[in-house]
Structures are given as structure tokens and as C-alpha cells.
Design a protein around this ligand. Structure first.
Ligand SMILES: Nc1ncnc2c1ncn2[C@@H]1O[C@H](COP(=O)(O)OP(=O)(O)OP(=O)(O)O)[C@@H](O)[C@H]1O
Length: 251
């Protein structure tokens, strides 16, 4: 399985240091959560990892290979997938079509071998598998525009799964998902544990403490602590900077 190594990453927007010398070692199969207050730089960090943003300094290694200079599609080709905080699906397409596009993008011309009809069947079969894994198999033929918010999040997950990731970057997968939907989503993510390496950004502390093997805390672009959920929960500096009283309710 594939590990992720983040070495001294930095990104500035003008005079603002948004990520500042960030280093993380994420072991194969680990779920590593990155938490921190609004504006701490979490989404920027994910964008640097996925290749959406070029870093000003630092390196990203996947399975020991330096991918820092690769474009976003080339990083996807190396097994690095991102599930977006901002929905990136085509509303007029069905769930299946949306995922099939992702499968096709991943596979390039490899399905062409089969001929046109068989190619479409193979694409759809792979897309349906990803939808089922994301818990959306029974909504395959529904237009994305008719899906609920929670279903949208599952569709984004299916799109990421369809790229057969080795490392999956999840940017607030639970944003706007509440109640039972959130619980079901957490359960589903739990089932992926050990199958690929995950970096999870999430404000929902219940989800973070239920899923993460280790947690890093980002404050003003800097990692102030990394450790097990238990260690992070009881770290006085983390409590002062971020978790505070709110987290008491979760504990
Ligand atoms: N393209 C950009 N140009 C200028 N400033 C930016 C840009 N993108 C982000 N920022 C700034 O960088 C800082 C960090 O933003 P970022 O979205 O990475 O934080 P975050 O930790 O993900 O926040 P949240 O938890 O609210 O999603 C913020 O002050 C934001 O305004």
C-alpha cells in the first residue's frame, strides 16, 4: 500500500503565509485527519497535495515517489484522488454518467480495446461498482440535480473511488450532511479503512475522532501537534488553540 509524505510545504498568497513549513508522514492505510480553525489553511494544504495549487516550497511524495512537479491529472494517475468540498458534478447527467466520466478519464484508452458497445458496458459496470461502494447504487439513474445534499456527497465520493485511489484526500466530506446521513457516511468511510491511505479534513469532531488513526492540528498554517485522537484531545496547547470547550460535549 502507499504512504504519503509531506515535506516542508508552504504557500503564500501575497503577504499571507497560508501554509507554513507543513510536514506530515501518513503511513500506508492510515486515516490522518487535519483539523484546525476556519482559515487555518486546511483546504489550501489539500489543494497543494492534489496539485490544484503549486506550492512555493516543499515536496509531496506518494509511495516514495516525488510528485511535487506533476500536474493534477498526472497525480490522479499516480493514485492520488481528491473528493471536493465544492461540488464538482454535472447536474444534468445521471449519477452513473458522472462516475463513468471519471472512470473513462482514469482508464484513458484502455477500454477501447473492447469496441464501442462493450466499452460503454465496461465503463458503466466500473461506475456502478463505485456508486455501490459509496452507497448510491440504487440512485445510479437519477440526475445529479435531483440528488439530495447527502447523496451529492456520496456521488463525489464515488467519483473519487472510480479513480481507484491509493491515497484519498477528503475535504470536508460531511459538510452540510446531518443526522443519520452523517452517521451512515462515517460508517461507509470506516469500511474503507486500511484499503487506501486517507487524509481527512473535517470540522465534525465526532467524525474525526471516530475515523482517524492520527490527527494533526493546523493553526495559522502551521502544524502545532500531531498524535492519536486521545493525545490530541488532551493536549493543552490544542485545547487552547482550537478544541476548547466545544469538544467537551463530544468527549
Ligand atoms: N486564492 C486565494 N487568494 C488569496 N487568499 C486565499 C486564497 N485561498 C485561500 N486564501 C486565504 O487563505 C487562508 C486559508 O484558507 P483555507 O481555505 O485554506 O482555510 P481552511 O482552514 O480550509 O478554512 P475553512 O475551515 O474555513 O474551510 C484564508 O485566510 C483565505 O482567505
Amino acid at each position: 500500500m502507499t504512504s504519503l509524505s509531506v515535506q516542508n510545504l508552504s504557500k503564500n498568497f501575497g503577504a499571507l503565509k497560508v501554509t507554513d513549513d507543513v510536514s506530515l508522514e501518513v503511513a500506508s492505510g492510515e486515516i490522518h485527519a487535519v483539523i484546525g480553525p476556519n482559515g487555518a489553511g486546511k483546504t489550501t494544504l489539500i489543494a497543494q497535495l492534489s496539485g490544484q495549487l503549486r506550492s512555493d516550497a516543499g515536496r509531496v511524495l506518494v509511495g516514495g515517489e516525488d510528485i511535487s512537479q506533476l500536474s493534477m491529472p498526472d497525480r490522479v494517475g499516480r493514485g492520488l484522488a481528491r473528493s471536493f468540498q465544492i461540488t464538482c458534478v454535472l447536474p444534468g447527467f445521471t449519477a452513473l454518467e458522472n462516475v463513468a466520466v471519471a472512470v473513462q478519464a482514469r482508464s484513458g484508452s484502455s477500454f477501447r480495446f473492447f469496441g464501442r458497445v462493450a466499452e460503454e458496458e465496461a465503463l458503466n459496470a466500473a461506475a456502478l461498482r463505485a456508486l455501490e461502494e459509496a452507497g448510491l447504487g440504487d440512485r445510479a439513474h437519477v440526475r445529479a440535480s435531483s440528488l439530495s445534499h447527502g447523496e451529492h456527497r456520496r456521488l463525489e465520493l464515488a467519483i473519487a473511488l472510480a479513480t481507484e485511489p491509493k491515497v484519498l484526500l477528503l475535504d470536508e466530506p460531511l459538510a452540510g450532511v446531518g443526522g443519520e446521513d452523517a452517521e451512515a457516511f462515517i460508517d461507509r468511510l470506516k469500511r474503507f479503512k486500511g484499503r487506501f491511505t486517507m487524509v481527512l479534513i473535517e470540522h465534525d469532531m465526532e467524525a474525526v475522532f471516530a475515523l482517524a488513526d492520527r490527527v494533526s492540528v493546523l493553526v495559522y498554517g502551521r502544524i502545532i501537534a500531531t498524535g492519536t485522537p486521545e493525545a490530541i484531545r488532551s493536549d493543552p496547547e490544542v485545547r487552547a488553540a482550537y478544541l476548547g470547550e466545544e469538544e467537551e460535549e463530544v468527549a
